[in-house]
Ligand binder design. Structure first.
Ligand SMILES: [Zn+2]
Ligand SMILES: [Zn+2]
Length: 127
């Protein structure tokens, strides 16, 4: 699946790119550059932060990963390309996907460019 996505978008396969895609697809944890860097280095020591950053940049450019900014903190990365909203835990800061729902119909008459909701509360682990 990842190999195929790389072929389709013309992304050259490197171990780091494969690892980052796999991490984001399987864990769905909306990791930051720091978190991905730590995860890559657990497996494959000596990958610099710059390499992880360049890896993410290539994946975002290819449209395989989206960059999300929540709360003005460090960017987080998401390989879930389906339309969805996000939930942030007030306590541990974890970010989860929330199934898509549309704007109320009366608001759709206005010409909004984009709509993404951020829901807040306590995640199941913190309740
Ligand atoms: Zn939590
Ligand atoms: Zn997401």
């Amino acid at each position: 699946m990842i190999e195929e996505a790389f072929r389709r978008t013309g992304v050259r396969r490197t171990p780091q790119r494969f690892f980052v895609m796999e991490h984001l697809l399987l864990r769905r944890d909306h990791a930051t550059v720091e978190e991905l860097c730590a995860a890559v280095n657990r497996d494959n020591a000596m990958t610099s932060r710059a390499t992880v950053y360049n890896t993410l940049h290539a994946l975002v450019e290819a449209g395989l990963v989206i960059e999300i900014m929540l709360d003005g903190k460090a960017a987080r990365y998401d390989a879930n390309l389906e339309k969805h909203h996000h939930f942030i835990c007030d306590n541990c800061g974890s970010v989860e996907d929330v199934e898509w729902f549309d704007l109320p119909p009366e608001m759709e008459k206005k010409q909004f460019r984009a709509f993404e909701a951020i829901l807040r509360g306590k995640c199941i682990r913190c309740q």
